[in-house]
Design a protein around this ligand. Structure first.
Ligand SMILES: *[C@@H]1O[C@H](CO)[C@@H](O)[C@H](O)[C@H]1NC(C)=O
Length: 215
């Protein structure tokens, strides 16, 4: 009996410790060892004795990204894939460049809250709260302005100025992940059945087929 109650207390404790963020570090650092075959939650650690300054370093956010694409924006990520020293630290960075009227389409980060700082131009930002309210919260930001997108919520940015725009974003995960709504829904591989999307979005089946061909 005592064993059972201990077991259930342990279970309750385990559940109370489930957090929607990267687990905190229990050592100074754990630089990602990209060569290892070991699979863990995150990446295995490189031998600390072999770690060097460049493991904690990335260069390139001074470059303007190429925005010649359908949406007129590009993201230059600095996650654990580009900066191995980020492994287990629960943080990452990125730069977003926008052509005039370019957008960063509606998307979510399954593992991170995002905070954006405009470094050039004028950018409209917005996010939408969960069901049933689906409240759209948006604002136009100028250079130097900061805005936060709460974890997991669908959000977007749009350059509403006449020149280029750029922003630096910080995210609360070494590997925030990106779910772009249009790509997930219309670009799933293999396709989500057309009739599912026809009903879900109340669209004509030719329009659904057209959207599926684009993503
Ligand atoms: C930008 O990307 C477009 C489309 O991929 C490509 O054609 C063009 O050469 C690129 N421009 C530069 C400066 O790299």
């Amino acid at each position: 009996m005592a064993t059972y109650s201990l077991f259930f207390s342990f279970l309750a404790l385990s559940f109370s410790l489930v957090l929607a963020a990267d687990p905190s570090s229990i050592q100074d650092f754990c630089v990602a060892d990209t060569a290892t075959q070991v699979l863990v939650n995150g990446l295995a650690c490189k031998d600390p004795k072999l770690v060097e300054a460049n493991d904690f370093f990335f260069s390139g956010l001074h470059f303007v990204g190429n925005t010649s694409n359908a949406v007129g924006s590009t993201v230059t990520p600095v996650t654990v894939s580009q900066l191995p020293g980020l492994n287990t630290l629960g943080i990452s960075l990125g730069r977003i460049d926008f052509a005039p009227w370019g957008i960063n389409p509606p998307h979510t980060h399954p593992r991170a809250t995002e905070i954006i700082t405009v470094i050039d131009g004028t950018i409209e930002v917005g996010f939408v709260t969960s069901n049933p309210e689906n409240r759209h919260i948006n604002k136009v930001l100028q250079k130097g302005d900061v805005f936060v997108f709460p974890v997991d919520l669908v959000h977007y940015q749009r350059n509403v100025g006449y020149g280029n725009a750029a922003a630096i974003v910080a995210l609360s995960s070494q590997n925030p992940g990106v779910i772009t709504i249009a790509n997930s829904v219309f670009g799933a591989v293999p396709d989500i059945a057309g009739d599912v999307l026809v009903k879900a979005f109340q669209l004509d089946k030719n329009l659904v087929a057209n959207l599926q061909s684009k993503f």
